[in-house]
Design a protein around this ligand. Structure first.
Ligand SMILES: Cc1cc2nc3c(=O)[nH]c(=O)nc-3n(C[C@H](O)[C@H](O)[C@H](O)COP(=O)(O)OP(=O)(O)OC[C@H]3O[C@@H](n4cnc5c(N)ncnc54)[C@H](O)[C@@H]3O)c2cc1C
Length: 548
């Protein structure tokens, strides 16, 4: 089918990154098509609780936020990226407020007797931040932000939404054998309603597909976080960076019916303590900052204590605070805990760590550009240099905003190459049949996630990584064969992407001969000196250097 040169920008994903790119472009008059594999906004963004880090208070400064971010990143942040994000933070929050997001305001008692403030909003302090700088909407920030932006996107004349469409693969000029630099020309996406793959022309495509935490058995993320964008970009010829840095959130509620319910870091910011089953505290013996240590240190301490004591969980205790304070500050968490039979106001609740955030991803520049011309990556799917070896809490929503704005500004500035004259081949289903049974997919899915949890988790060793690598390779070849023989569906597409992401994480982890930030290995427990600190960059076989 010959593609027309109507040239809407295709945005994959309706989380904070995708919605921000789409609205910025659409408000500037560009046509946008947004694809989402479920309902538009089903993704991590809407479950974010804590908030968005930004320099808003007169006691805060860009330098201080930059310093905290660099410290968390353990020597691997790109300082230009950090500075860019922090400097843009106040503008981004202003934009959200202009869109109508209702952030929590300071109470009367907090205003009284204070110096002139830049911000009338209540700010919380989270682990790793040296001051209060996290703006929030109660304890359900993501929901407030996403509802507001989604409502605008759904009624915007320049935005078309294609929900229940899962992107399968990016079509590049190199794949079609066209000469010149590798560029994006289109996309295959499976319509879940029809069961058929549609072909979309796209000379500008924005990956805003979120993270890959579903590659682990226990995760705080929704089912959408299957690393589709990373796997698609890798297959399209993009370099992928720092995939070994997976952040485990220390405190997910331990309950079979709450498989991904997170107890926000802000609880510890407001004084919650971690306790062993016998009631004793353990964080002070792991780090001077105790419960306010960065989350990788807290997660590792919990992992250590659980393994040492053979416990199923540890406990988070904020019951020393007045019940009124807890209910006012954490209304959603208190309610959800109560639904599951826990009274946060009077007793400690059981918690375990779970995979939470993918620091690495598709390598981009400060405008979100990848190695393939016309292909951008924004939000958790990307590796922008902001997080380095560890993400500072509440910097990720901020990264979605700043890079979405930068990418949309770049897209508006450059002339689109268009796809006129490019023949996009239709998806070929002639050689495949309907799968006779789903068990292969579900079995491989479970095996993959358990393997990653057991061997590529919070504490790693060479032996465990090699074991995982071996298993993942076997799974990869089985899935490849299944993929070539049977008609694709949502689960198979996600599994194929997850196994690719698992392989990228393991290869990156094996490449790093030290412990740094979120990557901790018993074989190399030391961190290499600063001058030897370097990113892990994996290069696909079909990489074409955009500079050449
Ligand atoms: C429980 C929880 C709490 C958090 N709390 C905070 C916090 O307080 N502060 C903070 O800064 N960060 C927080 N984070 C992290 C933050 O929410 C995420 O990093 C951020 O929301 C990612 O946004 P995104 O737009 O990149 O991706 P997402 O919001 O995950 O959106 C991804 C979108 O892409 C779509 N998609 C994926 N693959 C495909 C495909 N193949 N085809 C079509 N569509 C696809 C999905 O359906 C979805 O619409 C939290 C995360 C979780 C899970």
């Amino acid at each position: 089918m010959a593609a027309e040169n109507t040239d809407p920008v295709v945005v994959l994903g309706g989380g904070l990154a995708g919605l921000t790119v789409a609205l910025r472009l659409a408000d500037a008059g560009r046509k946008v098509v947004m694809l989402a594999k479920r309902q538009l906004s089903e993704g991590s963004s809407q479950y974010a609780q804590g908030g968005i880090a930004a320099v808003l208070d007169e006691d805060d400064s860009v330098e201080s936020h930059v310093e905290d971010t660099l410290r968390a990143g353990a020597g691997l942040c790109n300082e230009d990226s950090v500075r860019f994000v922090v400097e843009e933070s106040a503008n981004c929050i202003e934009w959200l407020i202009d869109q109508g997001v209702q952030f929590t305001r300071k109470g009367k008692e907090e205003h009284d007797g204070q110096k002139a403030e830049l911000s009338p909003y209540h700010l919380t302090r989270e682990g790793g931040h040296s001051v209060r700088r996290v703006i929030h909407a109660d304890d359900a920030t993501g929901r407030a932000v996403i509802r507001t932006l989604e409502a605008r996107a759904r009624t915007h004349a320049n935005i078309e939404t294609l929900e229940q469409h899962i992107a399968v693969d990016i079509i590049t000029s190199a794949k079609l054998g066209l000469p010149g630099a590798n560029r994006c020309v289109g996309l295959y996406a499976l319509s879940k309603a029809s069961g058929h793959v549609v072909t979309l022309a796209a000379s500008t495509l924005v990956l805003a597909t979120g993270g890959a935490s579903k590659v682990y058995l226990y995760t705080s993320n929704p089912d959408t976080s299957t690393g589709d964008g990373v796997a698609m970009a890798w297959r399209a010829g993009c370099r992928v960076s720092n995939m070994e840095f997976v952040q485990f959130h220390p405190t997910c509620l331990y309950h079979p019916e709450a498989k991904s319910f997170l107890l926000s870091e802000a609880l510890r910011g407001e004084g919650a303590l971690l306790r062993l089953p016998d009631g004793s505290r353990f964080m002070p013996s792991h780090d001077d900052r105790a419960e306010l240590a960065p989350r990788d240190i807290v997660a590792r301490a919990i992992d250590y204590e659980m393994k040492r004591g053979g416990y199923d969980s540890v406990y988070l205790d904020i019951s020393d605070k007045p019940a009124k304070f807890i209910r006012e500050h954490f209304p959603n968490i208190t309610e959800r805990c109560a639904d599951l039979g826990f009274d946060l106001t009077s007793k400690p609740v059981p918690v375990v760590p779970a995979a939470h955030y993918t620091c690495g991803g598709v390598l981009t520049d400060l405008s979100g550009r990848t190695d393939v011309a016309g292909l951008y990556a924004v939000g958790e799917v990307s590796s922008t240099g902001l997080h380095g070896a560890n993400r500072l809490a509440s910097n990720s929503l901020l990264e979605c905003l700043t890079f979405a704005m930068a990418a949309s500004a770049r897209i508006l500035k450059v002339d689109s190459i268009g796809t006129a004259g490019v023949e996009l081949p239709d998806w070929d289903e002639s050689q495949v049949t309907d799968a006779d049974e789903q068990i292969v997919v579900t079995h491989n899915w479970d095996e993959l996630r358990r393997t990653m949890w057991d061997y590529v988790g919070i504490v790693r060793t060479n032996k465990r990584l090699e074991r995982a690598s071996h298993r993942v390779r076997l799974l990869q070849s089985e899935i490849r064969e299944y993929y070539s023989n049977f008609r694709i569906d949502n689960n198979l597409i996600e599994l194929r992407n997850l196994v690719t992401v698992a392989d990228l994480i393991i290869r990156s982890a094996l490449d790093r001969k030290e412990s740094r930030g979120l990557h901790y290995t018993l074989d190399y427990p030391e961190t290499l000196p600063g001058e030897q600190a370097k990113d892990t960059v994996l290069v696909p076989d079909n990489f074409i250097d955009p500079q050449s």
